[in-house]
Structure formats: C-alpha cells, structure tokens
Design a protein around this ligand. Structure first.
Ligand code: HEM
Ligand code: SF4
Ligand code: SF4
Length: 705
C-alpha cells in the first residue's frame, strides 16, 4: 500500500508541477478538483432544470421531446442538453481523480477519514444519477440501460417478480417504472447535494468555488465541446428489437458490459466489497496519531484566534471554567486535532519576546513547544555566518528544505509553516539572529494542512491576526511554496533571496514583487505568457476531447447483427402443497358469519420446474422456488439467450405439482427469428400455457409436430 501511494504521489506531483507552470499555483486544476466537482455539479443542475422544462415525461413522448429540443433549439436547448451530459461526465473524471489524489497524498488518515468515508456514498449517488439520467432519454441506449439494470437488480434476488419483466417487450412496457425513474433522477441529485455538504463539514473554510478564471475556462471548454459534438439521442427505443451496437457512455456505464461476462450477483459483490475496502483505507495500516494540541488555560485569554484558524474544526470556544476574567476559553477536541500546529501560530501569547516566567503559549503541541522553538532559533543563529544569513522555517511536506543547510543557512522544520507565530519572524530579524527569514511550505493553495500557506501570507500582509509587526521589513521575509519534487525551485528561491539580501546591504534591492506589506518572492523564471495560454488551451482541449470521446466511443456491440434475442420469462404460481379443502356445513355454522370462507387452504406451493429446448438441444433447465415468506407466492422465471436468426424449433415444458417426472404443460413451436428480434416465450396458465412472441407472432408461428 505504501509503495502504491508513493508511486501514485510521484506521478501526481510531476503532473501537478507541469500544470503549475502553465496555469500558475492558484489555478492549478489538480489542486482544485474538489471545487471543480462543486462547479460541475451546479452546471449539471442548471442545465438539467432547463432541459426538464421541455421534457415530456411519457414513455412515448420522452424521446421526441428531447430530439426536438436538440434540433429545433440547438443554440440553447441543445447546448443545455450537451452541457448536462458532458458536465456529468467531467464530474465523474474530476471525482475519480480527486479521490485517487487524496489517497496518493495520504489525506485520508486521522480525522480526515470523515471526508474519505463520506466520499464513498457520493460515488454511488453520482453513478445512480447518471444511470437514471440515461434511462429518461428512452432511446436504444436507455432501453439497454433499463434492461441491463433491471436484470442486474434482479440478480440480488429480493424482488418477488423480476423487475426486468417490465421491459420484456412493447406489450408489457408500462409507464409506471418510467415515472419512478424520473422521480429518482430528481431525488438522487438532491441527496447527492446533501452528501456533498456533509462531505466538507469537518473542514473549516472548505473551498467550494474554483477561482474565477478556472471556472470560466472550464465552462468555456464544455460549451465549445457542446457545439462541436452536440449530445444527441440514439435511435428511439423499441422493446421488440434488441440493439446491435450502442454508443456507450463509458464514464457511467463501463461496468455494464461486464454483466455479459459475469453473474450480476458477483458484480454486486465486487462493487460492494470494493466500496467496503475503500471505506477501510484510512485505517490501513493503523494510523499513529502524534500528540494533539493542548490548551494552557493560564495563558489563554479566549481571543478566539486559534478557533478561527484551525483548518480541521478541532477547537471550540467554551464558557470560561477557571474563574479568570475572560469570557471564553479554547478547548481542543482530540479526535479532530491533526497536530498541524497552526493554532500555535495563531496564538498571540506564543511570542518569544516574553520575559516574565517560562515561555509557554495558550495552546501548544506537547512535542514541539514554543520555548523549544525559541531555543532552536538561537542555536540556529549561532551556527550561521556571513553577510546574508538566512533562517529557513520549513515544513514536513515542502521540497526538502533540510537540503538547504550551509554556512549561511540554517533550517528549522515545523509540522506546518502556519505553526510559526509571526512574532518569531520579528524576533529573528530584530534581534539580528539572521539577515533574512525564508518560509518554505508545500505547494501554494494546496497546503497539506489545508490553510497553512494562506494564513501565513495573510499574517505577513496584515490581513489576519496575529499580524507581523509593521516594523519588520517585508524585504527580509520571503515565502516559497513548492511541492516536494520541486527542490530545484526551492534552491533557486533561496539563491535569489540571498542575492536580494546582498542587494539590500549594498542599497540596491530587487523590487518587491507584490504591492503592500506582502512577503518577498523570488521572481522565478516561468513560461512566457503566450506559451502559458497555449498550454492552458491545450489542456482544456485534451480534457474535453477525452470527455467527449468516451461519452459515446468506442461503440459497444450488444448483439451480433445476425443474431436475435430469445427471452424465457413468466411468473407462475405452482400448485398448493396440499389441495384446498371445502369446509363442512358443521364447520361453517360454527364460524362467525364475517369470518366464513368456502375453502381452507394451507400455505405453501410446489416449486416450478421449467425446460426449454432449441432445435432439440437443451438451453434451459431450472427449478424456481415460490416467492414469499411462506413460500406461497408465484415462481418467477427470467432468462435471456442470444440465438442465430432464422428458423428454429422451440420446445417448452413446465411442471408445477411436485411430481418427480412428467409435465403439467408442454408446447412446441417453429419460429422464424429475424436478426435483432426480441422474442419472448411467456407462460399464462389462464390462456392454456406457453405463448410464443407477441400475440400476432404466436398466431403466425407453426405448431411443431
Ligand atoms: C461529488 C463528489 C465530490 C465533491 C464535489 C468533493 C469535494 C470536496 C471538497 C470541496 C473538499 C474540501 C477541499 C478543501 O477545502 O480542503 C473535499 C475534500 C476531500 N474529499 Fe472530496 N469530493 C467529492 C468526492 C470525494 C470522494 C469520492 C472521495 C474519496 C472517496 C473524496 C475524498 C476527499 C477527501 C479525503 C478530502 C479531504 C482532503 C483534505 O483533508 O485535505 N471526495 N472534497
Ligand atoms: S494542531 Fe492543528 S488541528 Fe490541532 S487544534 Fe491546532 S490547528 Fe487544529
Ligand atoms: S489563540 Fe491562544 S489565547 Fe487565543 S483562544 Fe486560542 S489558546 Fe487562547
């Protein structure tokens, strides 16, 4: 597992670094997958509402209404329909990559199990939304989805009568099931929205909107795809014919072809088992939790800053319990704390300038106290020399800042850069422990501890308490956000910062890259603007090209074009285990009038045994138990065979009386099957037994000798 994660992480980091050079850190699509998921969900919702306004909800009218919308109103209705489909497909891609990335980055351990575990039902909701959506179009793909889904559901064995019988042939098709699917296609996205909301409940300040430029680019790319490759219906559904070849949406329906190769119940087992395994991943192997943050009430004044900054919602402000003259006190929930230390960076009492008593902050990580941190700074300062001495505060997920140590550079590593109280930067510079401070964190806008980079920059820029004091020259405070494989970029940033410090000493500083009291950043060499825009266009084109292609291609062959489908399906109640007995006159007179009935029948029926031969060869032999808790319901039969088109002899036999041999009903018929025909062998005891095909076809068939 560890090796798999490491390998995947290396791949993600490489792609991420490449995308960052084109999109920049803030707009990097790989670090915005969660927000893109929300954005795509809204596109799907808005376009879905528009399409629904023009959708006729009848089985026969559905296809026509959608086809009309695509053709007559292609500029808006057609666009909305295409957006609805492609944004749904893109959502699958985004969500799967998001889940894979969180796994690769190990962001599902500890308290992070919550978004991971709540993400699994989200996947199920997403697929259920897509599958019911394809059903509504009522074209050949919808027909395939309806038949395959109901056959698959029947394999669970909980329905008294196979629900696939609703789609046996045009005669039996009812709008009942169709209406249910419409309700489901509206209810499921609402449930999914609720699940999405729950998904981010444990994350403070969760981001749900992508940066505007990324949102505009994504929407623009989907609109372009919609015009270039409009989403259209396939031929209208016809349950008396089976489709030969289908444009399958591989994002939603990729598992369906497996149903032709494996038993439906095995596929359920694989998917449910896979989901359970995925659910357990955050605890595999068991997570060793570092010591969590601890509040020292003697130093806590209830200022709420730690509460405001904790990325994992692990701090609550409670009514004061120690009698001190403050209204509130901070309290850490140890189950939620991820030991990132960001609360320490937020606490105004975590200042190294304190002289009175031992240095102890209102909130501390027990294995990383601020007193110890001050000692580390003093020791680091003593170890460096030169005229541009730099103390680097790095984090456990940066581009290996420990490799920067040299005669002029000391490195102190923290769980997260956000743990560093700004007063420490002031302490280093005002006490001349170094000439410059470099804060090295993991990738910008995608901090491993979620908000460390954001809070650090805001504290330096006077936008968030506790601020870095105004007296500290921002020219001597640099930030560098690099993911772990960008070690060269970190070295380059340090080299440029040192050159900048030399320049300052010589009265010739490099200009500040950002206005206001922002931290200094190395003006690293990047791609020229035209190359960046071309790169972005290429990435959008590749992604929507991928989405557009696999939304219908490669075509899936459901039935060879010289074959027909033969279905044996019916529901028939076997004979009672014991024949019913008429009540005697005496029994009836002893029974109250309102409770009287003519016969007494014991519950329980014989199973139904069925045989079907094709051209004298057995194709089906099975015993079907009666449904119901008391084994007194009908026995249901549903089987499907692909047979070469042409003339065939069919022999069907049924036994429903518990005898060892012999049959209660037999029938034989010579039939002429057309390529693609959907031919149903049914059984209706009241009509005398087996029927072959639709009534007209049955009448035309010949009785076999
Ligand atoms: C519609 C589907 C989904 C959407 C819209 C979505 C969206 C989000 C968002 C907005 C965040 C918070 C990002 C932040 O501000 O830190 C997040 C976090 C997370 N998601 Fe999802 N997500 C979805 C599905 C999934 C799935 C299927 C999984 C995995 C099974 C998953 C696993 C996670 C994890 C582990 C985190 C926490 C990351 C961290 O702690 O930094 N998500 N998701
Ligand atoms: S260590 Fe991190 S997760 Fe724990 S309380 Fe502090 S800020 Fe919150
Ligand atoms: S930041 Fe410090 S002083 Fe303020 S509430 Fe939290 S622990 Fe108390």
């Amino acid at each position: 597992m560890g090796a798999l994660k490491k390998g995947l992480r290396a791949v993600f980091l490489r792609i991420e670094a490449a995308l960052e050079s084109v999109f920049g850190a803030r707009h990097n699509p790989l670090t915005q997958l969660g927000t893109l998921g929300w954005f795509l969900f809204w596109i799907v919702t808005v376009s879905g509402i528009y399409v629904y306004i023009f959708f006729d909800t009848g089985v026969t009218q559905a296809w026509e209404s959608l086809d009309r919308l695509s053709r007559e109103q292609w500029y808006l209705g057609g666009l909305m329909r295409s957006l609805h489909r492609y944004a749904s497909d893109a959502l699958v891609v985004v969500v799967l990559v998001h889940a894979l990335r969180e796994f690769a980055m190990d962001r599902m351990r500890g308290n992070r199990w919550f978004p991971w575990v709540t993400g699994i039902p989200l996947l199920w909701f997403l697929y259920a939304c897509g599958i019911t959506g394809y059903w509504l179009v009522w074209d050949q793909l919808a027909q395939y989805v309806a038949v395959a889904t109901t056959e698959w559901l029947d394999s669970i064995g909980i329905f008294a009568e196979p629900i696939a019988r609703n789609f046996l042939d045009s005669e039996r098709l009812s709008g009942r099931f169709f209406t249910l699917i419409i309700y489901m296609h509206i209810a499921l996205p609402l449930m999914m929205l609720l699940a999405m909301w729950i998904h981010i409940q444990r994350h403070a300040h969760a981001r749900v909107n992508p940066p505007r430029a990324l949102a505009v680019g994504t929407l623009g790319a989907l609109i372009a795809l919609s015009f270039v490759w409009p989403a259209m219906s396939q031929a209208p559904a016809d349950l008396d014919r089976a489709p030969f070849s289908l444009g399958l949406d591989w994002f939603y329906l990729a598992v369906y072809p497996l149903l032709e190769r494996m038993d439906g119940s095995t596929l359920w087992l694989l998917l449910v088992g896979g989901s359970v395994l995925l659910t357990l991943l955050p605890w595999l192997p068991p997570f060793r939790k570092p010591p969590v943050a601890r509040v020292d009430l003697g130093n806590c004044n209830g200022c709420t800053r730690c509460f405001a900054d904790c990325p994992f919602g692990a701090i609550n402000m409670m009514k004061r319990t120690d009698g001190l003259a403050f209204e509130q006190e901070a309290r850490v929930d140890p189950d939620l704390c991820m030991s990132c230390g960001i609360c320490v960076g937020a606490c105004p009492t975590a200042t190294p300038f304190r002289r009175v008593g031992d240095l102890s902050a209102g909130i501390e990580l027990p294995d990383r106290s601020v007193a110890h941190l001050r000692d580390e700074v003093v020791a680091a300062s003593a170890a460096i020399s030169g005229d541009a001495r730099v103390i680097v505060f790095g984090c456990h997920h940066d581009a290996d800042s420990t490799g920067l140590v040299d005669t002029g550079t000391a490195v102190i590593r923290l769980p997260c850069v956000g743990m560093l109280p700004p007063s420490f930067v002031d302490f280093v510079l005002s006490r001349r422990h170094a000439d410059g401070v470099l804060l090295s964190g993991c990738s910008g806008h995608d901090c491993f501890e979620r908000l460390g980079d954001q809070w650090t920059e805001q504290r330096i820029a006077n936008e968030r308490d506790p601020n870095l004091r105004a007296r500290v020259s921002r020219d001597r405070v640099a930030v560098a956000w690099n993911n772990p494989i960008r070690q060269d970029a970190l070295r380059e940033a340090l080299a440029q910062f040192r050159a900048h410090l030399h320049g300052l000493a010589a009265g010739n500083p490099t200009p500040q890259s950002a206005p206001g009291p922002a931290a200094w950043r190395a003006p690293l060499r990047g791609l020229p603007a035209p190359a960046r825009y071309t790169g972005q266009a290429l990435v959008y084109a590749l992604v929507v090209g991928f989405v557009g292609f696999f939304a219908t291609q490669p075509a899936y062959t459901y039935l060879a074009d010289d074959h027909a489908l033969l279905k044996l399906s019916f529901s028939h109640a076997g004979q009672p285990l014991k024949p019913c007995r008429r009540y005697t006159h005496e029994e009836l007179t002893n029974t109250r009038f309102s409770e009287r009935s003519a016969t007494s029948c014991e519950r329980g029926r014989w199973p139904v045994y069925v045989e079907l031969d094709l051209d004298g060869e057995p194709v089906y032999r099975a015993t079907h138990e009666p449904a119901g808790l008391w084994n007194d319901g009908p026995s249901a039969v549903y089987a499907r065979f692909e047979v070469p088109a042409g003339r065939h002899r069919l022999d069907a036999r049924l036994r429903d009386n518990g005898a060892d041999q012999g049959f209660t009903f037999t029938a034989s018929r010579i039939v002429e099957l057309q390529p693609g025909q959907n031919f149903v062998v049914d059984f209706r005891a009241v009509e005398g037994g087996f029927t072959f095909g639709l009534p007209a076809q049955d009448a035309a068939g010949q009785e076999a000798p």
